[in-house]
Structures are given as structure tokens and as C-alpha cells.
Ligand binder design. Structure first.
Ligand code: N01
Length: 552
């Protein structure tokens, strides 16, 4: 039974830890902190738990990692008792799971909903963070944990006239809580990333006419979603110790699957095609794990890309629409691969039209239409599936002041700089969960969240046990890590795409490959070794005397 100190929030309250966000990261962070007897206050801008799953309620939203794996592993009872209904749970079920976790571990009493953290200022004399929230209050805390999520800052496109549009406008990442019914409406969807690819087939079933505005075609693999049988669930549960171990230690992306032992060009055409066919029929993200060099070698990658392009041509009846849907400007997998249910087949429906806005850009939105140079497309409602200011967007919205009054936004103006994705020098006792410089979005997020939260909680306990008041990344360790993250990224094909991994979807955002592509297993090992060496590469402050543990 965990120790559960609870401090009622009041204007002068002081906590061991302030946690920003009550998604999967914030909830588990709170659970761990309570378990080691620390006081914590979680602030959440939404009215409920769940983070990205609280906001992304668009039609068709579901997980793209199998639910038996996209779930917490920290509680054996929880993973044995929770019944996922489908291979990829739909958003309402994932949100139900998040709420179940909040209730089961009695988390709500330390979470303040409908409250944004607006500002955090480090007081170098008191060695405390002063945290201001949207309800006008200020609290202090020894530590702040940013559990703000990587894809939580929905990005509105900068399209002229959007504010003039008379119909309803929805962003997939900020979907209303009431049911939205498109029956009988002419709907326009702008964007063709994962959110659009999941929502288009569902909206097409309701709308009288659906127009999809595509700037960049994306690779998508069928999900092959299906109800889970009792037998399938039991098989997973019985194998959980090995599945979870493998996901943490061996898988590059935190997903249990066979590891490929050969490259795409090591097989002849027929053998290669039959392997791709088998993975296509199995469905899901592991399509990219057929061979071990698809992310590294362009010629190998082309074989997978050609296979998927041929599938699109097979599925889509109109040859011109099929041609437009075939991605041609980035290697497969260099943008987050999409997982769909009937996305390409949806373009065979008579009520669905694809508009190529790469060759024929949107000029403006009028009161009732999306206008291109060629034509006005009349719509009653608009769905913006235009993505997120990923990884740094939600952090940047908080006015964070570290040593010498420097803000995190100033420090990150040319791109995020962290040591291990966990801390940024000059910002003592400020931790980031799945931050830039960690595997985060390249992995099963729950695996990475649990690893970070455990590391951070252990670190705070170490500080307490050793009488340490502050901890921060050393500048040289951070510089080396940033260089390493960049170097590893450029050994792969990933930087060849204009992706949100690179910040390329936000005009003016620095082009830096943000996540760490070294793999969750090696990354975990590095983090563990750093901790085992007394937090090597971090500067520890004890009373007035800082102690530096040199990075090797
Ligand atoms: O966003 P995106 P998303 N005019 O950035 C287009 C995760 N996720 O919400 O590529 C016209 O991928 C933009 O075009 P382009 C997953 O990690 C997971 O779909 O910039 N178009 C692109 O087509 C995913 O990768 C799931 O040329 C504009 C689209 O909008 C991440 O979230 C489900 C435009 C944005 O695609 C983001 O996915 C959903 C403009 N001004 C999401 N601005 C799961 O399955 C942007 N676009 C768990």
C-alpha cells in the first residue's frame, strides 16, 4: 500500500513536486511520488485525465500500438484485470482506462483540473520553483516535472480567411466533447496525416460530400483491427513478463515483435514481396520491421515504398486519384507511418473527392468554401487535421525562467537542448518526461513514459537521501548529448522528410531532429548507467557547494 500524503491546495502551498499535465505521464508520476512519501500537485488544463486521449476525440481516433502493449505495466493487477476490447482500442476506451487508473490509484485528490500552469520561476536563493497558475495562484515546489505531452499543442493552419468561415470548424486535436454529426453535410478535411487518415473513412460514412485537401501524400498500412478474444488476451497476460521485458530492453521502439535479422536487399524479389505481403496482411506498425535496414538504406527503403505504392494503386479505382495518394517525396517511415482502416478504399466512394493542394494550393477560405486558384469547394463544415507544434509546443507555452532569469524559450530558440531529454542546463530541478532528445515519439509512448517517470522518481529519492538541494544538466554533458542525438539521426533516412519530428510543419521552427533515434533499449541502458554513476553529467547542489559529477 503506497503512502499517500495529500496537501490541500492553497495560495501559499508548497510541494515537493509540481507536475504539469495529467496524461499518462503525469498520472504515473503522481503515483510514484506518493509511493515515496513526497507531496505533489498536478495541474491539468483539461477537465479530466488522459492528456492526448482527452483532447483527440475525432471520429475514428484509436491507438496505433496494440492496446495490450499500449498500457501501463507498473501494476501487475491492473494489466491482468483490464479487458481491452479490440486489438487497437478506440479513443473512448483509452480514456475510460485513464479514468479507471485515476480512480483505482485514487489520484484525483492531488490533481487540479481546468488549470493551466502559466509561469514557473526558479528562485536561486531559496532553491525553489515558484509556479503561477491560471486561477491566479502561486505555489512553490522543489521540483517541477513537465508531463506536458509531445502532441498536445494543436496547430491551427495559417490560412487566409479561416475566421470568416460561417460553418463549424473543428481541429482533430481539440475535438468537442459533444457528439458531432456530419450527416447530410458537405465536409472539408484539410491535412492527410494520421489524424485525417483515421477520421476520413468515418466522416465519409456520414457526410453527403467529403472533400479531402491533400498537400503531402502519406504512407499508411492497414490496422487490421478486430475484437480481441479471451484467448488472445490470456496469451498476452501469461507472457507479460517477457513481452514487457523485451519492449523495454530489446525493442528499438518499445513494441514486442520479431527483430529482423536481414536487410531488404538480401532477399530476392519474390521472397521480399511475400514478406511484405505477410506484414501487410498482419497489419500495424511492425510493417517497418520486416527488414533491419529500411530506415537506413534508401535502396532498401524503396522496395518497401514501392510495395505500398503498388497496394494503393490496387485499392484505388481512379488512376489519377491513386497516383495522387501515392507518396513520392519522402522515404517510407521517415514521417510517422500511418495505420488505417479503409483509408485508401474510401476514395472509391462516390461522395469522396481528393483535391491536390500541392499543385493547386488553398488561396483562402471564404464564408462557405475552400478556394483554390482552380475552384471554390463549397463546404458546410471544416475539419482541420493539421497536426501539432510537436514536442516543444506545450513547453513553450509556459513562461519558464531558470538561472539568471533566462527563459527556456530563449535557450531553445535555435532548437531544444537537453541532456538525455530529461533536463536542460540552467533549469535546476526541472524534469521533462519524454522530452526532445529522448526516444519518446519514436517509441511506444507508455514504455518511454514509465522509464522516464521511474528514472525521475528514483533521482528525486536519491537527492533527498543524499541531502542534495539541486540537480541540473552540466553544459558539457548536454552539448555532447545534443551532438549525439543529431549524429545518430543523420545516419538514418529520417531527416530526409519534412516531418514534425524535424519541426518542419511549423513555419519558423528550427529544423532539428528532436527525438533520439538510438532505440529505447540502448537509451534506457545509458540512463541507468548515468544514475548508477551518481548521476554522471549532472551538477548536484548541496547547501551552497555545488558538486559536479563529470561526464565521461
Ligand atoms: O498531424 P500531421 P496528425 N495547409 O502533422 C497538413 C500522432 N497520431 O494530427 O505534410 C494544408 O502528421 C500536413 O501537410 P504537410 C502520430 O504520431 C497518432 O495527423 O505539412 N495542409 C499534413 O498532411 C502522428 O504522426 C495517432 O504537407 C496542411 C497534416 O496537415 C501525429 O500524431 C492518430 C497545413 C498534418 O499531419 C500527428 O498526426 C493521430 C496547411 N496550412 C495522430 N498545415 C494514432 O494512431 C498542415 N497541413 C495513435
Amino acid at each position: 500500500m503506497s503512502v499517500k500524503p495529500s496537501v490541500a491546495a492553497n495560495p501559499a502551498a508548497s510541494y515537493d513536486v509540481v507536475v504539469v499535465g495529467a496524461g499518462f505521464a503525469g498520472m504515473y508520476m503522481l503515483h510514484r511520488l506518493r509511493g515515496q512519501g513526497m507531496t505533489a500537485r498536478v495541474y491539468e488544463q483539461g477537465s479530466g485525465v488522459g492528456g492526448t486521449w482527452y483532447w483527440n476525440r475525432y471520429p475514428g481516433a484509436r491507438c496505433d500500438v496494440e492496446s495490450m502493449q499500449y498500457s501501463y505495466s507498473f501494476s501487475e493487477d491492473l494489466q491482468q484485470q483490464w479487458n481491452w476490447s479490440e486489438r487497437y482500442a478506440p479513443q473512448p476506451e483509452i480514456l475510460q482506462y485513464a479514468n479507471h487508473v485515476a480512480d483505482r490509484f485514487e489520484l484525483r485528490s492531488d490533481i487540479q483540473f481546468d488549470t493551466r500552469v502559466e509561469r514557473a520561476v526558479f528562485d536561486e536563493t531559496a532553491r525553489l520553483w515558484s509556479v503561477s497558475t491560471s486561477d491566479g495562484k502561486v505555489v512553490t515546489a522543489k521540483h517541477v516535472v513537465l508531463a506536458t505531452g509531445c502532441l498536445s499543442n494543436a496547430r491551427m493552419p495559417d490560412i487566409k480567411g479561416l475566421d470568416r468561415f460561417k460553418g463549424n470548424v473543428y481541429h482533430t486535436g481539440h475535438w468537442p466533447h459533444e457528439a458531432v454529426d456530419f450527416t447530410g453535410q458537405r465536409v472539408g478535411v484539410i491535412g492527410t496525416g494520421s489524424s485525417a487518415i483515421q477520421s476520413v473513412p468515418v466522416i465519409a460514412e456520414q457526410a453527403s460530400q467529403l472533400t479531402v485537401f491533400q498537400r503531402t501524400a502519406n504512407f499508411s498500412i492497414p490496422a487490421r483491427n478486430a475484437p480481441l478474444t479471451d484467448e488472445e488476451r490470456e496469451k498476452f497476460r501469461a507472457n507479460y513478463p517477457e513481452i514487457r521485458r523485451f519492449a523495454r530492453e530489446e525493442a528499438r521502439n518499445g513494441i514486442y515483435t520479431e527483430l529482423p535479422d536481414r536487410g531488404a536487399l538480401d532477399d530476392g524479389d519474390n521472397e521480399r514481396r511475400s514478406k511484405y505481403e505477410a506484414r501487410w496482411n498482419r497489419g500495424g506498425l511492425t510493417f517497418m520491421s520486416v527488414y533491419n535496414n529500411l530506415a537506413l538504406d534508401k535502396a532498401a527503403n524503396d522496395t518497401a515504398a514501392d510495395f505500398v505504392r503498388a497496394k494503393i494503386a490496387e485499392i484505388v479505382r481512379d488512376p489519377e486519384t491513386a497516383r495522387l495518394l501515392q507518396p513520392d517525396n519522402h522515404p517510407i517511415g521517415s514521417k510517422r507511418i500511418c495505420i488505417d482502416t479503409d483509408y485508401f478504399a474510401t476514395f472509391n466512394r462516390p461522395n469522396v473527392t481528393l483535391v491536390d493542394i500541392r499543385s493547386n494550393p488553398i488561396e483562402e477560405i471564404t464564408e462557405s468554401a475552400v478556394r483554390t486558384a482552380a475552384k471554390d469547394y463549397q463546404v458546410d463544415a471544416l475539419v482541420l487535421a493539421t497536426g501539432f507544434d510537436a514536442m516543444t509546443g506545450s513547453v513553450a507555452k509556459i513562461d519558464i525562467h531558470g538561472r539568471g532569469g533566462q527563459t527556456l524559450n530563449q535557450k531553445w530558440a535555435a532548437g531544444p537542448r537537453t541532456y538525455l531529454g530529461l533536463m536542460s542546463s540552467g533549469f535546476p530541478n526541472l524534469f521533462i518526461v519524454t522530452g526532445p532528445g529522448s526516444p519518446s515519439v519514436l517509441s511506444n509512448m507508455i514504455v518511454s513514459i514509465e522509464q522516464h517517470v521511474d528514472w525521475i522518481a528514483d533521482c528525486m529519492a536519491y537527492m533527498r537521501d543524499h541531502g542534495l538541494e539541486t540537480m541540473e544538466a552540466a553544459v558539457d554533458a548536454e552539448d555532447k548529448w545534443v551532438a549525439h542525438v543529431n549524429e545518430v539521426a543523420y545516419t538514418t533516412l529520417y531527416p530526409q522528410a519534412n516531418s514534425w519530428y524535424m519541426g518542419a510543419n511549423v513555419p519558423g521552427k528550427p529544423r532539428i531532429f528532436m527525438p533520439y533515434i538510438g532505440g529505447v533499449g540502448p537509451y534506457r541502458q545509458i540512463c541507468n548507467e548515468v544514475a548508477a554513476k551518481g548521476y554522471e553529467g549532472f551538477v548536484m547542489g548541496q547547501a551552497e557547494q555545488p558538486r559536479k559529477v563529470a561526464a565521461s
